[in-house]
Design a protein around this ligand. Structure first.
Ligand SMILES: Nc1ncnc2c1ncn2[C@@H]1O[C@H](COP(=O)(O)OP(=O)(O)OP(=O)(O)O)[C@@H](O)[C@H]1O
Ligand SMILES: [Mg+2]
Length: 361
């Protein structure tokens, strides 16, 4: 798929902006705080309904305005689509596909696929399990709208359950209420565990080869899914731990406590990996993510690379750029020096200055 153009109105620091993208590499350069990341955020938001950094709708509307609009044109094969998004300060956003309003934001899922890569992603291996779960969820939600449905139901039930555990003594019916919640929690939780296992198996098949090339054939990487409770035992464990949960006033068992393990030759990279190893693994993970999208949806995703190149050494920069030349990319950086020095290809060059964008080639 390709993003052909985007139009912004009152989005972040943009009053009004219209851009046409090249199907290859689009480079946005400019000083800090000019609005480069905001463009990638708008593309990602319009494609996935969410900001890559989890910003709320009202935070993305221009400070002085009450509403923002984004209109993005994409193309899948020969078929053009137009996505309109209307952000409001205190109401949920409105979305239309080809002029037809959609009832739920989830209906946009699967129309386009976007991979966002920011410098923070390079820390995914060394940071806590929450970020690795977020990675799993973001990927699976994009690839599978049923997963999104399961996840949001699970999260809602978990919240209800934890609230009930806190107020347990105040409700005479609390035991029955907990039974009802648990039954559904087990159903949705089990589905999440199953999907995550399938996804991790797919990831494992792909990431090994990528990581081996990136590390100069020196490292053999394995990724393992580490569920807090296995698919078949989640229900039973939840029941067994009920007393403990009541004491702790929170749910201690379930996929909200899962993790992904990364190991090279049996050594856990989360704990013992060097900085370089951890960052290379994070890069492998992103490249594997692109590959999984290609295989799963039989289409190429659009890659949004926010300020990542300056964080990588020359050989990793080269590897990354060589491996994404067949997909549309939007890259931000402060200067174009790396590109010029290394003869990296730029198909369209834009300079960003204080919420305005000028084409420079
Ligand atoms: N809701 C908003 N309304 C108006 N301006 C905003 C809003 N949100 C953020 N900004 C402004 O947008 C600018 C930041 O834009 P952005 O993050 O895209 O910069 P950048 O060019 O990527 O910079 P860097 O190189 O530091 O990453 C800041 O000046 C910020 O004040
Ligand atoms: Mg930025």
């Amino acid at each position: 798929m390709l993003v052909e153009s985007i139009k912004l109105e009152n989005f972040r620091n943009y009053g009004s902006l219209e851009l046409e993208f090249d199907p290859g590499t689009n480079l946005f350069y400019g000083d800090n705080a000019q609005g480069k990341t905001n463009i990638l955020e708008a593309v990602y938001l319009c494609g996935t309904t969410r900001s890559h950094k989890g910003s709320k709708d009202r935070e993305m509307i221009h400070f002085d305005r009450d509403e923002a609009h984004i209109c993005m044109r994409i193309r899948k094969g020969d078929v053009p689509y137009r996505i309109d998004m209307h952000l409001k300060k205190s109401k949920t956003k409105g979305i239309a596909i080809n002029g037809v309003p959609v009832r739920k934001a989830g209906e946009l899922i699967g129309l386009g696929n976007f991979v966002f890569f920011s410098p923070e992603d390079l820390n995914i291996i060394k940071n806590g399990p929450g970020e690795r779960r977020r990675f799993l969820d973001m990927e699976l939600c994009q690839l599978d709208s049923i997963y999104l449905f399961h996840l949001s139901n699970y999260n809602k039930l978990l919240l209800q359950r934890n609230r009930l555990l806190k107020d347990y003594g105040f409700y005479p019916e609390a035991g029955t209420m907990l039974d009802v919640i648990d039954e559904q929690l087990i159903q949705y939780g089990t589905a999440l565990i199953r999907s995550r296992r399938v996804f991790t198996d797919q990831l494992q098949e792909i990431i090994g080869g990528i990581h081996s090339s990136l590390s100069g054939r020196k490292e053999d990487l394995t990724v393992t899914y580490e569920p807090n409770a296995e698919e078949t035992e989640f229900g039973q464990k939840l029941q067994e731990n009920r007393e403990k949960d009541l004491r702790m006033k929170q749910t201690m068992t379930g996929p909200h406590r899962d993790d992904l393990g990364f190991a090279v030759h049996g050594v856990d990279l989360r704990k013992y990996g060097s900085q370089g190893q951890q960052r290379t693994t994070a890069l492998s993970l992103k490249l594997a993510e692109i590959e999984i999208v290609k295989q799963s949806v039989k289409d190429t995703p659009v890659l949004l690379l926010d300020d990542v190149l300056s964080e990588l050494d020359g050989s990793r920069q080269r590897y990354l750029l060589e491996n994404i030349h067949d997909i549309q990319t939007m890259i931000t950086c402060t200067g174009v020096d790396d590109f010029v020095e290394n003869n990296f290809q730029i198909d369209r060059l834009f300079q960003v200055v204080e919420g305005t964008v000028e084409r420079r080639n």
